[in-house]
Write a protein of this length. Structure first.
Length: 402
């Protein structure tokens, strides 16, 4: 080598790693990182050079399904909120828990609508500026939906626990409302203790794993499988999957325990009283949660178990089809708890349907109600008040004294 007062160095640009290698005689190699290359938005993969593989991306179909299911949930949760506001006599602890669950489900569904639209707008868009916009919307959507999803898990568990306590440990009403205050603190604050640090450290973003084209936990390294992205797995467990699995276990335990307690309560009269306290239609709400959320949990574990088949974002066609099927079911279920609870709580209830149809009708419509209801009466001396007034048990709460 030629020596001089100044050390001569050779600079070699390596385009494959976007780094600059500085080599000098008898000195360590110095790596200087340059600006990262633009990534394709939203992370499509070219699998033409890999035999018998396709991109792990599941396409836009699950996004349209998610938008449809989530919009129905938004409408359903608004119906539940309106019911709670319209009928003050139904504001028992159980109905309050269902209403607060509806609030969490509304934010979840609305976030999935935003996330799905964000994906569709930027689908196969390679503009770097648009990708930056995509990421900004993506991280905020992930924060909202992950936070509200954890709150939904908490409220669903609380509902199952509440039904058990009503049957097995019937405390005074004042104590129950103090317990409700604790429920609110736990359900709304504890998810934030997890999600805010993840947002601050840049862990929220887009990933093809465990979601149906909306944003969740960011996975940037697709050269390895999800099973090799151990940090991403840990964050996914903390931000949802661990809560989901725990919710499944708690729901099944308290649901089974409540039914067994009712069945073996002692005398037939005592069992009958306990059975009347718990409306089995409302008890089905936690079970519906399991049916709706199990698809996203299945996709998460499927992504781990088939990790060996994933290479540079490319998978065999059979694996991609399973991802697509699970993605569609997840798109229906993850954003569908709002409309599911509305069906079980409102539309499956004869009492609430009658109250929505016949009670508190605007004065301008009272005469229409009178004509419809009186047309089925045999007596000709019915006045308007007789026809509009509901003389049944519709004024009683669906879950008595709970």
């Amino acid at each position: 080598h030629h020596t001089s007062s100044h050390t001569q160095a050779a600079f070699i640009y390596q385009s494959s790693t976007n780094s600059l290698t500085v080599s000098a005689c008898s000195r360590p190699t110095l790596m200087v990182e340059t600006e990262e290359a633009p990534y394709r938005c939203p992370f499509a993969f070219d699998c033409g050079d890999i035999n018998d593989t396709v991109s792990i991306g599941i396409g836009p179909a699950p996004s349209y399904v998610a938008i449809s299911s989530s919009l129905l949930s938004c409408a359903g949760t608004l119906v539940i909120l309106a019911t709670y506001y319209k009928f003050p006599d139904l504001r028992s602890v159980a109905q309050t828990i269902i209403t607060l669950l509806a609030v969490a489900d509304f934010f979840t569904a609305a976030g999935y609508v935003v996330g799905s639209i964000n994906y569709l707008v930027h689908f196969n868009d390679t503009a770097q500026s648009d990708c930056k916009l995509f990421e900004r919307i993506c991280s905020m959507q992930s924060l909202v939906t992950s936070w509200s999803t954890l709150s939904s898990c908490a409220w669903t568990c609380i509902l199952a626990i509440h039904f058990f306590l009503v049957v097995a440990w019937n405390k005074q009403a004042s104590w129950k409302w103090r317990r409700l205050l604790f429920y609110n603190v736990f359900a709304w604050v504890s998810p934030g203790l997890i999600m805010v640090p993840l947002l601050a450290t840049g862990k929220l973003g887009f990933a093809h794993y465990t979601s149906s084209n909306w944003c969740y936990i960011k996975v940037s390294n697709y050269s390895d499988s999800l099973s090799d992205n151990k940090d991403a797995i840990l964050y996914m467990f903390l931000a949802g999957k661990l809560w989901e699995i725990g919710t499944y276990i708690l729901i099944l335990f308290f649901y089974s325990t409540t039914l067994v307690w009712i069945k073996y309560a002692g005398s037939d009269e005592q069992a009958h009283k306990l059975g009347r306290k718990v409306n089995k239609r409302l008890l089905a709400i936690p079970l519906a949660y399991i049916f709706l959320r199990i698809w996203g949990t299945s996709q998460f574990f499927f992504s781990i178990f088939v990790g060996g088949h994933i290479k540079d974002g490319c998978v065999p066609p059979a694996v991609q089809k399973v991802f697509l099927i699970l993605g569609i079911f997840q798109a229906v279920g993850d954003g569908g708890q709002g409309w599911s609870n509305t069906i079980l709580y409102i539309f499956a209830s004869k009492t609430l349907k009658e109250r929505w149809l016949w009670s508190n009708v605007h004065p301008a419509c009272n005469w229409i109600c009178m004509l419809i209801k009186c047309s089925f009466k045999d007596t000709a001396q019915s006045d308007e008040s007789d026809c509009v007034e509901q003389k049944d048990s519709s004024t009683q709460p669906l879950l008595r004294k709970s």
